[in-house]
Design a protein around this ligand. Structure first.
Ligand SMILES: Nc1ncnc2c1ncn2[C@@H]1O[C@H](COP(=O)(O)OP(=O)(O)O)[C@@H](O)[C@H]1O
Ligand SMILES: [Mg+2]
Length: 305
């Protein structure tokens, strides 16, 4: 069997809790595989450890135990192979938007001429709609515009793995739609692998091949890996008409409303990996929007593949 592009193996994060005998176990023994070119979203309630996982993938945080292998090499520290967009845009305040992007591009391709670096950087700023504001410094940009600069910077360096921590949260709905479309365009042309945290189930269905669902913390885990087998290209106005759309959406919402809490603190039945679920491969009977809680052995809403 060939090794997956990204393999998360037994990842555990604990913090020693002040004044308490026991550590805070954020998540414990998380195993996940991500294939090259996959677009994966992760959803879970606040505090379950999504950003911690993403920061470990970025090499900016260390697990208490376990590790991550990318492309056959263990992740140890940050690398230009992994680009990050944080929830709170992180730009160098003394540089203009363009210089911020150039900074990343120069580091990535040190042998490029000045002209080529600038042309490439401008292209990505134009792509996120900042062509007219690229000489402004972060303090002269709105929150949404700053976030677009960090998105442009991450995209421009064309990392093998793009790590996005709720990147569109600060954007208005219209801009978010435009940037989501750009992200999909870049991703489908570049074969980059994307790992993205979002709290928006509709955004996840529009973008992802697979949606990982985390239970509530502490002792959180990735309980389910939900396949989004809606055909691509997906148009936001059209996919909501697809008969499978609400099956997937109901499954996700039901997890967030009920199962994320019910399953909190429990273990995966296969200790190592989340349960694989394809809501569209299930029986054609309509899925009730709010099914009664069922015993673990009696779960017709899930298919294990
Ligand atoms: N430095 C730290 N010390 C103690 N607890 C922390 C620290 N950093 C994060 N945590 C805790 O880890 C948990 C997961 O945080 P985080 O990964 O930011 O969650 P999410 O992104 O899912 O909202 C939270 O309960 C948070 O309070
Ligand atoms: Mg977070």
């Amino acid at each position: 069997m060939t090794k997956p592009f990204l393999s998360i193996e037994g990842l555990t994060k604990r913090f020693s809790a002040k004044g308490k005998a026991e550590d805070l176990v954020v998540f414990d023994d998380v195993f996940l595989n991500i294939e090259q070119g996959e677009f994966v979203c992760i959803i879970g309630h606040s505090g379950c450890g999504k950003s911690t996982i993403l920061n470990i993938l970025a090499g900016l945080d260390e697990p208490t135990s376990g590790g991550v292998i990318m492309d056959g090499k263990e992740i140890a520290g940050p690398s230009l192979d992994r680009g990050v967009v944080f929830q709170n845009y992180s730009l160098l305040p003394w540089l203009s938007a363009l210089q911020n992007v150039i900074f990343g591009v120069k580091a990535r391709w040190p042998n490029w001429t000045k002209g080529k670096v600038e042309e490439h950087s401008r292209k990505y700023l134009e792509m996120v709609g900042l062509g007219a504001s690229m000489h402004r410094k972060p303090a002269q940009l709105s929150g949404g515009m700053r976030q677009r600069v960090s998105i442009a910077r991450a995209f421009a360096t064309q990392p093998k793995l793009l790590l996005l921590d709720e990147p569109f949260g600060a954007l208005d709905a219209l801009t978010r739609g435009v940037i989501q479309d750009e992200l999909i365009k870049i991703w489908s042309e570049s074969h980059q692998t994307v790992f993205m945290i979002t709290h928006d189930v509709d955004e996840a269905i529009l973008l992802a091949d697979r949606i990982l669902l985390m239970t509530n913390g502490p002792n959180a885990r990735v309980a389910e890996s939900v396949k989004v087998s809606l055909p691509r290209p997906r148009e936001r106005a059209q996919i909501i008409e697809h008969p499978g759309y609400y099956k997937i959406r109901n499954h996700l919402v039901n997890f967030l409303v009920k199962r994320s809490g019910e399953l909190a603190g429990t273990k995966n039945s296969d200790r190592q990996h989340p349960e694989n679920i394809d809501p569209l491969a299930e029986s054609p009977e309509p899925v009730p929007a709010d099914p009664p809680a069922r015993a673990k052995s009696d779960r017709p809403l899930r298919s294990v593949s």
